[in-house]
Design a protein around this ligand. Structure first.
Ligand SMILES: [Zn+2]
Length: 349
């Protein structure tokens, strides 16, 4: 995903939160800061994040066929995948017909790999957990919205309480990892999915072209919060459930299910029958690390005469990315509310 796509998905998720009574207060918390914090949605891709938790090619989980010990643990049936993805996701509809993948595809073991410390599910889970606590320790403005907050009961040092702007920025950064997991090339270890190949970068540009109605990244801050929400809805004019579904398990597992679905989608687009599941030995290095003669089909070649498939999959990516961001944000929000029965320790001033 590119910056514009990330911004549009996250802002659209705020508009979705506003339609569910359980998350309306969170939408109200995020909305005023929108012009200043939408950039958080693309922050983890920026070069300057290399000094922190970010790095080029990080937060992607590249799936490949697994033939090592405990192989069975990494086999997930077609039925189980659909069950975990749930009906509300359009990716489940894309994957419903098992015949879209080669015979035996669902019986194989697949495992994701990424450099140590750069696991996208860890990145998302870490931020989600942090956010729960940041909200719990919110300043008076956040306390007015978070029933379970303890900030007002604790004598927090000046400046230690979380501001709405801080919390909002971290919510947008969290959206990045969820949206990225929906990009099929991020979940495929084959050389054809590398960013410097002929498929990945072009496809991300195509996704950006679909959200053309959202403001360009450098122009977002010139808009009012209401304009940003309107533009996000215009850019992703899709229908969503009135009630945002709860997560089936936790944020970590959620990212894994999305990556598995994304990988399956990439295998529909570039069938392993034609483009075998060989993985790049060093996914972060340059071309000369690619296996000799690795097929590198282009975006144009793969979607030649398959316009309907391209549109179906792109719509599913945008729809599910928005839904997933909203689901995880709702999960964080409700995690705070669930803590309200616990008595917080009183700090001595
Ligand atoms: Zn990214």
């Amino acid at each position: 995903m590119l910056s514009k796509g990330h911004g549009a998905i996250a802002a659209r998720a705020v508009a979705l939160l506003a339609t569910d009574t359980a998350t309306r207060p969170l939408a109200d918390l995020l909305t005023p800061s929108l012009p200043m914090v939408v950039f958080g949605a693309w922050l983890p891709d920026k070069t300057y994040f290399k000094s922190g938790s970010g790095d080029t090619q990080n937060h992607v989980l590249k799936m490949a066929e697994y033939t090592g010990p405990n192989r069975k643990r990494f086999v997930v049936t077609h039925k189980e995948t659909l069950k975990q993805l749930g009906e509300a996701r359009k990716l489940s509809h894309v994957l419903r017909d098992a015949g879209r993948l080669p015979e035996g595809w669902w019986d194989k073991a697949y495992r994701g790999d990424c450099p140590r410390g750069e696991h996208p599910a860890n990145c998302a889970m870490g931020l989600a957990t942090t956010l729960t606590d940041l909200l719990l320790l919110g300043d008076p403005r956040i306390q007015a919205r978070v029933t379970g907050g303890v900030g007002h009961r604790m004598a927090l040092p000046d400046g230690a309480a979380t501001s709405e702007m801080q919390a909002s920025l971290y919510f947008f950064m969290l959206s990045h990892y969820l949206a990225d997991a929906h990009m099929p090339c991020h979940a495929d270890a084959r050389p054809l999915a590398l960013y410097r190949g002929k498929l990945h970068a072009r496809w991300e540009e195509y996704i950006d072209e679909q959200v053309a109605k959202f403001p360009a990244p450098e122009k977002v801050s010139e808009h009012t919060p209401e304009q940003i929400l309107e533009r996000a809805v215009a850019a992703i004019p899709l229908d969503f459930p009135n009630v945002i579904p709860s997560l089936k398990s936790d944020v970590w597992q959620e990212v894994i299910w999305i990556c598995r679905a994304s990988f399956a989608v990439n295998c529909i687009i570039a069938s392993p029958d034609r483009y075998p599941l060989i993985k790049t030995s060093k996914p972060r290095k340059d071309e000369h690390d690619l296996p000799a003669k690795a097929p590198m089909p282009s975006f144009g070649e793969l979607f030649e005469g398959r316009r309907a498939l391209l549109e179906e999959v792109t719509e599913a990516i945008l729809h599910d990315a928005v839904l997933s961001v909203a689901q995880v944000w709702k999960h964080v929000w409700q995690s705070v509310k669930g803590i309200q029965a616990i008595t917080a320790p009183r700090l001595v001033a």
